[in-house]
Write a protein that binds this ligand. Structure first.
Ligand code: KIV
Ligand code: ZN
Length: 498
């Protein structure tokens, strides 16, 4: 068996399915190019039949990317496969990823079908996809809860039909590592012709075992891992690329080789977090803000004497350059540009002078500007294209008084003012916006986060607003959390008030 492990990145498909994480085509191309530089072998670029946006992204990514294989997802349905093949027409290397549920629960409740019929549909889908592309991957959805004997029959049949890769998803994140490893081992030992294809892992993190399960799969013969940057994905997410890459780099006794250039990991992680407005939890392995921070005296002392006392990974191996993390009000435009480039921000796509101006304003209010702050400034600039803008906001609040907000919105160049009260300053500010916009909008979710620790920190606000039975997501960032909240609300409103 080959020692080469293929990295299949599904940040742009399974990752992008997360509510509020949707990217436009330009942003997706930026991510795909970043993944190419990172050394990912296969990029799952979307599910073309699901929307014109997904279709278009697959087309454009196919044109923009050179060496990785571009993959498009389908159901085991001819129309899906036809549309995917069409979307992939410009790809230098292309793959169709088709499949169907194989667990008894999927067969019975989702398809009202039988085990034999599901095999027939799986085989037909692979054969149909083979008419369009040479490289066909089959997924056995909910394989984690599929009986191994039946799963082996499915895998054998699709390999016979021409599948080059067979994906064994633990769709619900249910498996234990031993169980998932044993599943791959069982397939390796019981499927006739298994060596004609590659078995792939695709693990979800519902019970926090995605990485452990993926590693168990690899140790038992899987040679492709399906992963996302920062582990983003449906519900609790998917296996994170950076964890698998660094496990393999750290455990030299595992005889596996990969194409991943681990020094590109940190920049890629920040790019995804910033484009998707999705903060990385501070203690996230490999890329979290605290992943290399030693706060206890004993640990600090140990690391100063010898880094390896408490660190198994050199931060430089994941692309963290400790000397360049902090910018201040005295940093010049060139320093900011250099930082943005090392964070993989596409300088051509932003107004550098404007970002620098905003940077100086922030640096006046906040002593040290870190990577998250810089990315927040860029993200803010991206969000500024909306029709409605916050012109000014004044809020008075405190103990024993009713919070009141005076607000002015700039709507396509015209100014509208309102005053409103609320049960708190954020509520008052949002009521002010509602008075001006005058539509039935409800804040369904509201999350405030500070990026670092000081009281001068930038607050990030994520908001979910419902309007006419649809949810819209907004994001705001400001050292004033009331202003950040109003900005997030306006950002969401901009998505349905055209
Ligand atoms: O989790 C899953 O089963 C999937 C498949 C569509 C591959 O994402
Ligand atoms: Zn999935």
């Amino acid at each position: 068996m080959s020692n080469k492990l293929y990295f299949f990145d599904t940040t742009l498909r399974d990752g992008e399915q997360v509510p509020g994480c949707q990217l436009n085509t330009v942003e997706k191309i930026q991510v795909a190019k970043g993944l190419e530089e990172l050394g990912v072998d296969i990029i799952e670029a979307g599910f073309p039949i699901s929307s014109p946006g997904d279709y278009n992204s697959v087309v454009e990514i196919s044109k923009a990317v050179t060496w990785p294989t571009i993959c498009a997802l389908t159901r085991a349905v001819e129309k899906d496969i036809q549309v995917a093949a069409e979307a992939l027409r410009f790809a230098k290397h292309k793959r169709i990823h088709t499949g169907i549920g194989t667990s008894d629960s999927h067969i019975r409740y989702k398809f009202n079908s039988t085990r034999d019929e599901i095999i027939e549909r799986a085989v037909a889908a692979v054969k149909f996809a083979k008419k369009h592309v040479e490289d066909v991957e089959f997924y056995a959805e909910d394989a984690g809860r599929t009986d191994n004997e039946y799963l082996a029959r499915v895998v054998e049949a699709v390999i016979k039909a021409g599948a080059t890769v067979v994906n064994i998803p633990d769709t619900t994140g249910y498996c234990l590592p031993e169980e998932y490893g044993a599943k791959i081992k069982y397939l390796m030992e019981h499927v006739d012709g298994v060596h004609k294809a590659i078995l792939s892992t695709h693990c979800h993190n519902d019970l926090g075992m995605a990485t452990a399960n993926t590693m168990a799969g690899v140790l038992n013969g899987a040679r492709q891992v399906e992963v996302t940057i920062n582990g983003i994905g449906e519900r609790a997410g998917n296996t994170s690329l950076e964890e698998i890459a660094m496990i393999l780099k750290s455990h030299k006794e595992i005889p596996i080789t990969t194409n991943i250039n681990t020094r590109k990991i940190y920049g890629m992680s920040r790019m995804i977090s910033s484009l998707m407005n999705m903060p990385v939890q501070p203690n996230k392995a490999i890329v979290g803000r605290n992943a290399f921070a030693h706060s206890s005296g004993i640990h600090q002392d140990g690391v100063l004497k010898n880094r390896e006392s408490y660190e198994i990974i050199d931060p430089k191996d994941v692309g963290i350059d400790e000397n360049s993390i902090v910018l201040t009000a005295r940093s010049g435009r060139a320093a900011l540009k250099h930082r943005l480039e090392s964070l993989r921000v596409n300088i051509q796509k932003i107004d550098l002078d404007k970002t620098y101006e905003e940077f100086l304003k922030l640096a006046d209010r906040k002593k040290d500007i870190n990577d998250d702050d810089v990315l927040m400034l860029v993200g803010k600039e991206r969000n500024e294209g909306g029709r409605i803008k916050l012109d000014y906001l004044q809020v008075s609040s405190g103990v024993g008084i009713k919070p009141v907000a005076s607000i002015c919105l700039d709507i396509a160049g015209e100014k509208f003012e309102a005053a409103a009260s609320g049960n708190g300053p954020v509520d008052a500010a949002i009521n002010g916006v509602k008075k001006i916009i005058n539509r039935k909008m409800v804040v369904e979710e509201f999350l405030i986060q500070a990026i670092t620790r000081g009281s001068d920190d930038v607050g990030k606000v994520h908001m979910q607003v419902s309007y006419k039975d649809q949810n819209y997501y907004g994001f705001g960032a400001n050292t004033d959390i009331i202003a950040a909240s109003a900005e997030a609300f306006i950002d969401a409103v901009n998505k349905f008030v055209k």
